[in-house]
Write a protein that binds this ligand. Structure first.
Ligand SMILES: Nc1ncnc2c1ncn2[C@@H]1O[C@H](COP(=O)(O)OP(=O)(O)OP(=O)(O)O)[C@@H](O)[C@H]1O
Length: 254
């Protein structure tokens, strides 16, 4: 398959140090007004794996992702991304972020959108063809983005995030509203990217998507309830499913 990594693929991993993780969060607190939205979070995201950020609506998933990509100020603690402080200028191309809202221009075709964003991030236009193949949008290449289906629109947003050859992809609920077939094919793309060495952090509140992740981080009320592989979390909670594990672990926390 097409590769999104390049000869400098391990540049960040190497410079981050052999024991470093892709994301290192230490005692992170984010306060809005008088309310702590993230409460002294300490967590790690391993290189080259898919980590699922799971939690109910309002748990703080988007806020945490915004801190990681460097667009949300934090109150206390520290966050290092690919060995640099979150938001550092040299991370601009290395980190791709797909928000819940589609980031494409409805009145431009898919290719025109990609050409436009390719110029912004100073990426070779020839890469557009490769990315269209990767996200399976070749057939829609000349279709106006405003006429795409929900799943195609998600893929178009993902395509834009891939332009800068990110080493880390942060995806905020990328499969929300998609039918099971589209969800499955999007997850296949995520696994292809991880196989190419990309680190993915994917938020969801759909518990059955947890089984598609290598690692999980369970977030509730701005705190990490538990982190580990699905098997580890199920064993820890003596639960048959991640959903049950989440409920058990949430119940065990005051
Ligand atoms: N700018 C802000 N000012 C005040 N409160 C905020 C702000 N942004 C988020 N919040 C609050 O922080 C909490 C966490 O929000 P966040 O969007 O991070 O949750 P989430 O887990 O991503 O939820 P969802 O799954 O519904 O997207 C919510 O209670 C939200 O209302």
């Amino acid at each position: 398959m097409n590769t999104v990594t390049n000869s400098a693929a391990d540049e960040f991993k190497d410079s981050a140090g052999p024991s470093a993780d892709a994301i290192e969060i230490d005692e992170l607190t984010v306060r809005f007004g008088s309310r702590d939205i993230l409460r002294s979070i300490t967590a790690r995201v391993a290189f080259g794996r898919i980590t699922g950020l799971l939690g109910p609506s309002g748990a703080g998933k988007t806020t945490l992702m915004r801190v990681i990509v460097g667009v949300q100020r934090f109150t206390a603690g520290g966050v290092r991304v690919l060995g640099r402080p979150a938001g550092a200028p040299e991370l601009r191309h290395a980190v791709g972020y797909v928000t819940q809202a589609p980031s494409v221009y409805a009145d431009l075709t898919v290719t025109e959108n990609l050409r436009y964003f390719a110029r912004l991030v100073d990426v070779d236009q020839t890469r557009i063809d490769d990315i269209l193949t990767l996200v399976d949008l070749r057939t829609q290449a000349h279709q106006l983005a405003g006429t795409l289906s929900g799943g195609q629109l998600s893929r178009a947003s993902l395509a834009i995030a891939l332009l800068g050859r990110p080493k880390l992809l942060v995806l905020d609920e990328p499969t929300v509203g998609l039918d099971p077939l589209l969800r499955r094919s999007l997850w296949r793309t995520f696994h292809d990217l991880a196989a190419d060495g990309v680190t993915l952090l994917v938020s969801t509140h759909v518990m059955d998507e947890a089984d598609r992740c290598d690692d999980l981080m369970l977030l509730r009320d701005g705190q990490v309830l538990a982190a580990g592989t699905g098997v580890e979390l199920r064993e820890r909670a003596h639960a048959a499913t991640i959903e049950d594990a989440f409920l058990t672990l949430a119940g065990a926390t005051p």
